[in-house]
Write a protein that binds this ligand. Sequence first.
Ligand code: ADP
Ligand code: ASP
Ligand code: MG
Length: 457
Amino acid sequence: MHPLVMKFGGTSVADAAAISRVVRIAAAAAAREPVVLVVSAMSGVTDELLQTCDLARSGNVDGVESRIRGVEARHGAVVGEIFRVQADDLLAHISSEFDEMRSVLRSVAVLRELTQRGADRVTAAGELMSSRIVAAALASAGTPATWLDARRVLITDDVHPVALPRLDETRTAAGREVLPVLEAGEVAVVGGFVGATADGITTTLGRGGSDLSASVLGAALHAREIQIWTDVDGMLTADPRLVDGAEVVPHLSFEEASELAYFGAKVLHPSTILPAVQDGIPVRILNTLRPDGAGSLITRHVTSGDGALTALACKRNITVVDVTSTRMLLAHGFLRRVFEVFEQHATSVDVVTTSEVSVSMTLDDDRRLGAIERDLRLIADVQVERGMAIVSAVGDNLRRDSTLAVRLIVALDGLPLRMVSQAASRRNLTVVLADRDVPAAMERLHQKFFAPARSAR
Ligand code: ADP
Ligand code: ASP
Ligand code: MG
């Protein structure tokens, strides 16, 4: 059996009307083939729950209770709207989720200490509840569906709050939990973003992690296809919030999609593609509001590559760290010592460039920067610049057409570039510039390489 895995993001389950659309789309698919649904928390809920955790940490018991009541009321209202008849069972499950959340948050408030493990237990509730609602909504609309607890299906390591799925253990668990449901002709519905360690401790996969849940389950179940249903028509040529007239990229390669996600195309979690690659499982991005659209198809081989570039991506508000060797040259072993510091502080760097005496790196996550700076100063001079951004142009054609990189840089004429990088894959050209220059940079690149009708290539 090669099921279809369909993941619905937060806006796709934001309210009763959205959930009804999901039910229609999933029911139509389930009439054709076995379906696994992966569901995000209703949009905004993960943020609310994280804020509630912060309130608990500061001991603000009233603040916690009023937030929790708000989230509870939203779920209650959605259930009330979807189910005309009593939904006592579902409401009892949801209310026991809130009881558990309250008891975790109470102890956080007493201790004024929030462990990552505790935060994961709280945020996981968003997906555990939304997926239960979707499963019940499907069943009540006449499509047999079974809700599965993601913690029995998706097995991860214990790195809170960004746990890494373990594919072999997930394959065994999914075989045990999901396959019997599909074999019985029912839709299997599971919350995204959530997993558990082998000994059952609740974990989460990091922000945007429901995409990763879908692709890991897809790989574990040898899916026919993994579909990411969201609020845009597919992978677009640029972030539509930054650029007017971004168009759908109809077909792109696994590598292109991975690089776009890595460099900031939020429509896909950066690790989504990896589990799909091994089995060559196609990944499709589709719009819940326009289910008949073709979306974007991501596969191993792409033949149509007529365009110069595939898409642009950007990552905003990142930090650049310049490390300059206090000796005159980048002595043997210097880079190793620099990167060891980042490793010790569990911080990854995205873009790296070097000169004879210095190395520049960008960081997305600067929470440990103080300690990193202190350790680096033991071996080098260090300069930190915040408020920077990464802009990347991605396309397999960058490998074939050596003039493309030049034309890209020329298009950015007048905008000070802090770093320029083209890695071994030669599938992206990446520049680092001031964050305030991002709108202009994206607009210019998009204008020059994609609009109108992608003709100016
Ligand atoms: P979901 O809740 O469905 O997971 P996300 O908000 O995580 O949705 O991702 C979808 C959003 O990603 C879009 O609404 C869009 O604003 C943003 N986005 C950024 N870059 C791109 C891109 N290149 N193509 C499509 N969407 C993008
Ligand atoms: N709900 C989680 C988040 O908002 C995971 C996801 O939706 O992908 O980050
Ligand atoms: Mg997302």
